[in-house]
Design a protein around this ligand. Sequence first.
Ligand SMILES: [Mg+2]
Length: 109
Amino acid sequence: MTEQAEEKKDWLLKELIEKSQQVANLKGFKVDWDSTPTYLMLIVTELSEAMEKWRDDQKEGFKEEIADAFIRLFHMVGDLGLKEEMVKSILGKLKYNETRPYRHGRTRL
Ligand SMILES: [Mg+2]
């Protein structure tokens, strides 16, 4: 991957975090370290909603709930001041995962 492509990924992730944070804050949602568990559970709630959409074969609804989960995650890391570190972590983990064995060496999912 070229350096330019790497920078573009970095930029896009930062934009998603900043926009998610900005909109959530404007709507009265603010995450701090003490409220983090509540926001983590709200993310789980979005994933549960996605599960329900999947059960009903509702692909549009499924995509919306997954988008909600990403937005909540981006908002949370933004509010916690982890934007730069998270972008590095995500890109670093993706690179690391490429080096791992099939199913990460496990027999089952
Ligand atoms: Mg939702």
